[in-house]
Design a protein around this ligand. Structure first.
Ligand SMILES: [Fe+2]
Length: 285
């Protein structure tokens, strides 16, 4: 594996959604880069190119792309899905992404997928399972992998450590990159009653290669749910400001997955993030 692969600062990006293809292809969008969800472009029958993949490759001619997975199941106890890895590798060869990422979670067992990002117990045993899977993925892909903190709505009684200690252990063992989802930290901090700043202060910020921002919703019982269906709240922007001052300039991205707005409204959220960072850094000098 090429350990020298660096996660360059690509600037300000958006999660690529087919709803916006016509706004992006061949257009000057003012967005620096896009993140594509790998599963939308994989498993194409007959190895031909779907129209989705053809459009992605057109966009790739004008923009850097990063690939984001939702089903590599790095927290699962099943052996890694070799067909998934083979298809992912083929997609990487076509798209030539800046990097590839997935979530710290498990998604299925006995070959069945839940299509959900399920929470993990924070134990040494789980650290070893996740680290071993990341190392295998990094070997298979021949590149550093990036892992994202997921939001959670429940905790395991037998967890032995805090989430930030769990992630730190995995990053230390694998030297993978960290995709810091600021909204997920905020959602989990409210659901599990910890200080979001403590989380940020205690993870290996030197491994952060990308930041995610998104909107969430509050249920009637007070639980925050990571819905990605509305604008980013002020608390998440404040946390972005707090985190960004502590890390080297890093690629920042907004993701939106339900009730997807117009491209202009989506981009406006990204510009808000850009202004928060600019203002925060100006106030420091
Ligand atoms: Fe995210």
């Amino acid at each position: 594996m090429n350990k020298e692969v660096k996660f360059n600062n690509l600037g300000f990006g958006l999660g690529l959604r087919p709803d916006h293809f016509q706004d992006i292809v061949g257009a000057e969008t003012g967005v620096d880069w896009f993140e594509a969800l790998t599963e939308n472009y994989m498993g194409i029958p007959g190895h031909g190119q779907s129209s989705l993949l053809s459009t992605l490759l057109k966009i790739r001619k004008d923009y850097p792309i990063v690939l984001h997975c939702v089903s590599s199941n790095i927290g699962g106890t099943d052996p890694l899905d070799q067909i998934f890895l083979k298809e992912l590798k083929a997609l990487i060869q076509l798209v030539q992404p800046a990097w590839v990422s997935d979530h710290i979670c498990w998604t299925g067992i006995h070959g069945l997928s839940s299509h959900e990002l399920l929470p993990l117990p924070y134990t040494q045993e789980t650290v070893d399972i996740v680290s071993n899977n990341i190392q295998q993925i990094q070997e298979a892909l021949g590149m550093r992998f990036m892992i994202e903190n997921a939001s959670s709505y429940m905790a395991f009684e037998h967890s032995e450590m805090e989430e930030w200690e769990f992630i730190s252990e995995i990053v230390k063992k694998t030297d993978c990159g960290l995709l810091l989802d600021i909204n997920n930290i905020y959602v989990s901090s409210q659901n599990h009653d910890f200080l979001a700043e403590t989380y940020i202060d205690n993870i290996p910020l030197e491994n952060v290669g990308q930041i995610h921002l998104a909107g969430h919703r509050k249920k009637e019982n007070g639980l925050l749910i990571d819905t990605h269906d509305q604008p980013i709240c002020s608390e998440v922007f404040e946390l972005l400001d707090y985190a960004y001052k502590k890390i080297p300039p890093t690629s920042v991205m907004v993701e939106w997955d339900d009730n997807i707005p117009s491209f202009d409204k989506y981009k406006a959220e990204l510009m808000k993030a850009k202004n928060v960072i600019k203002k925060g850094l100006n106030n420091e000098t």
